[in-house]
Ligand binder design. Structure first.
Ligand SMILES: [Zn+2]
Length: 294
């Protein structure tokens, strides 16, 4: 079960988040048939976005993160809501690059140069939108830079995804420290030294989960635990509303050309099929509804 642990550390001058997102990454691998490199790239983005979703005030608020780089993986998209239901996709699920000289997957090469964009809908008229340049494409540094420049929050982030020999994820997660406005230099130094030891956060998660990370660096601290998960929110109702917004003429044209309309969800690969009689029903209902309003 995936977990997100939150607490305040260093005399309550920093917020700490520790995430175990192993199950989420395995769901993404199952849905998209991800190569190890694509799994690491999407998995790190899922982890960072889960952390960001935990900052949303209401369960219905949602967040969408796009990492658009020129690397072999193409665009990475992750969405989630205040309930921590997360979903994601990557343009090239088969992305491959040779391992780096340190034996790690080349996530920076998979992402390339480009931009990270965050859109948060929080029940206001206009969604909040922020964007920053990608620093290395390694994801953690890119999010830390986004927080520093777009949201003015000094942030240290370590993310990791470890893929086993069978192609399954054996450990994924992250550690995030964010300075509150009154954080002392001493606290910031402590945070930096801990981050320096977190280059293998996925191995720590694999071996001991969130407790393992806590025991090693933050022994005895209390906090709250949340349970994020990979859950797609697509539904027949949502697809029907998209077809309605396309308009009757366009929708009928589509169904006449191919005999059916097939819509495959980008996040969970669920297939929705509509035949002519379904289209009739969709638009007849529409007429009925209009009539009852009059
Ligand atoms: Zn779906």
């Amino acid at each position: 079960m995936d977990k997100l642990f939150k607490s305040l550390v260093f005399d309550s001058s920093m917020s700490l988040s520790i995430l175990d997102t192993t199950d989420m990454v395995n769901k993404a691998i199952k849905y998209h048939g991800l190569s190890p490199l694509a799994a690491a790239t999407l998995g790190r983005t899922l982890t960072a976005t889960t952390f960001m979703a935990s900052g949303l005030k209401n369960e219905k608020d949602d967040i969408s993160v796009t990492i658009a780089g020129d690397g072999v993986g193409g665009k990475v998209t992750v969405c989630g809501n205040g309930k921590l239901y997360m979903r994601g996709s990557i343009d090239n699920p088969n992305a491959y690059l040779p391992l780096k000289s340190n034996g790690k997957l080349d996530v920076g090469g998979c992402v390339g140069k480009g931009r990270l964009t965050v859109v948060k809908s929080m029940g206001l008229k206009e969604p909040y939108s922020g964007s920053s340049e990608l620093i290395s494409g390694e994801i953690a540094e890119d999010f830390a830079y986004y927080f520093a420049t777009s949201e003015q929050i000094p942030t240290a982030m370590a993310l990791g995804v470890k893929i086993g020999k069978t192609g399954k994820c054996v450990g994924a997660g992250g550690v995030i420290l964010q300075a509150l406005p009154f954080a002392s230099e001493e606290a910031i130094n402590k945070a930096e030294s801990i981050m320096g030891e977190l280059s293998k956060v996925s191995t720590l998660i694999e071996e001991g989960g969130i407790e393992g990370v806590k025991d090693k660096f933050f022994k005895g601290i209390d906090g709250e635990t949340y349970y994020p998960r990979y859950k797609c929110l697509c539904s027949d109702r949502k697809i029907v509303s998209v077809l309605r917004s396309l308009g009757e003429k366009e929708t009928r044209k589509m169904v006449e050309e191919d005999g059916k309309i097939e819509v495959v969800c980008q996040f969970c690969n669920k297939k929705y099929v509509y035949y002519k009689e379904d289209v009739d029903k969709i638009f007849n209902q529409d007429v009925k509804r209009k009539n009852t309003k009059i």
